[in-house]
Design a protein around this ligand. Structure first.
Ligand SMILES: C[S@@+](CC[C@H](N)C(=O)[O-])C[C@H]1O[C@@H](n2cnc3c(N)ncnc32)[C@H](O)[C@@H]1O
Length: 347
């Protein structure tokens, strides 16, 4: 079995770099787990390649969502019926994990970490609009790489509010996204209609929003302090359910050539990906860029990238357009990873 010291280090790094500002509960629990060989031995039984803290916490969360009256649930802000107890949650948490270890292992040995963060649409919206400006009046097909449940494929159906009256989209939509625009510059958000020819998602393991079990796991992946994210997820699923997106299962590098080749010549693909390329092996990341470059040399297209470069808590927004074979890349914004903040960088 994997060296428990390595997994302990993963939990320590998770507490230090990924939890601050997002989850005090997971930060505290991660520090406890990092020094607890019995709980680490459970987390070590996760599916190969999956980040242990995320999948382990989601498994425990999923059990507690079904048992919100359990004393451990009282430490979870999204489940607690009254004020969170002031005591250290770790002892109660570890007893729960040891009691429930068989069920936890059943989940983590098969499940993957596949969040679908709807508020990331807020970060990508200005890039979509800028791409439309560049590729005026074309028919667009959206192609999301690493789509998970494909909820960000419906970004044009959501309402957006960046503060100071900067709004866009459908104010009557059940999905209303609030994001703070920081810094001196503001993204341009022209109200415009566009000609959408299709929405296609590609994922190693697409999440079917009509499958209750898959949706429960998506919900369990949302961190306990992010009740607002859970609510948005639910609303976006309801909005998409009547007409779910087309999701193709497979490795993007195998599937994308077929997708591109199937598109009629007059449509412009808007390829986008958020918090996905970090899950590609390094050589696949390079091949992905080469593949898009190759298609871009033959047809107009846009690629929107929202990926973390330094820590998982931050992301960078980039737009690359290919117009008449000319490639133009712009670094548009710095953002947090969950869609709460965007700092626009260009005029
Ligand atoms: C962290 S999730 C992000 C999902 C979504 N883009 C979002 O921002 O909410 C990353 C997704 O990428 C998918 N993925 C990872 N490697 C992939 C690959 N080689 N080909 C296709 N999908 C992949 C995973 O299955 C997962 O659903």
């Amino acid at each position: 079995m994997e060296d428990l010291r390595e997994i302990a280090e993963t939990f320590r790094r998770f507490a230090e770099f990924e939890c601050p500002e997002l989850s005090r509960l997971y930060e505290t629990l991660s520090r406890g787990i990092a020094d607890d060989p019995e709980v680490l031995a459970i987390a070590a039984k996760r599916r190969a390649g999956q980040p242990a803290p995320n999948v382990f916490f989601a498994a425990v969360h999923s059990l507690l969502i079904k048992r919100p009256s359990h004393p451990v649930a009282s430490f979870y802000p999204d489940l607690a019926a009254c004020d969170i107890p002031a005591d250290d949650p770790y002892d109660a948490f570890r007893s729960f994990c040891l009691d429930e270890q068989d069920r936890i292992i059943d989940m983590i040995s098969v499940r993957r970490v596949q969040t679908n963060v709807v508020r990331r649409s807020s970060l990508m919206l200005p890039a979509f609009l800028r791409a439309m400006d560049r590729l005026d009046d074309e028919q667009v097909v959206l192609v999301e790489v690493g789509a998970s449940a494909g909820l960000n494929l419906f970004w044009d159906r959501y309402g957006y509010d960046y503060g100071d009256g900067l709004c866009w989209g459908d104010r009557a939509s059940p999905v209303q996204l609030k994001t703070a625009a920081l810094g001196e510059r503001r993204p341009l958000l022209p109200e415009r209609t566009f000609n959408l020819a299709g929405r296609i998602g590609v994922d190693l393991n697409p999440v079917d929003i009509r499958d209750d079990d898959a949706v429960s796991w998506l919900r369990a992946l949302v961190w306990p302090e992010r009740g607002d994210e859970a609510e948005l997820l639910q609303r976006a699923i309801e909005l998409a359910c009547s007409n779910p997106p087309r999701l193709i299962a497979g490795d993007a590098m195998d599937v994308l050539p077929g997708v591109f080749d199937s598109l009629p010549p007059h449509v412009v693909p808007f390829i986008f990906h958020s918090h996905t390329l970090n899950q590609f092996p390094a050589d696949a990341r390079e091949r992905f860029v080469e593949l898009v470059d190759c298609y871009g040399s033959n047809r107009d297209l846009a690629m929107i990238s929202l990926e973390s470069r330094q820590s998982q808590n931050n992301s960078e927004l980039d737009l690359t357009t290919y117009i008449n074979g000319v490639r133009t890349r712009e670094h548009l914004a710095q953002c947090d990873s969950h869609g709460y903040r965007i700092k626009w960088l260009v005029g």
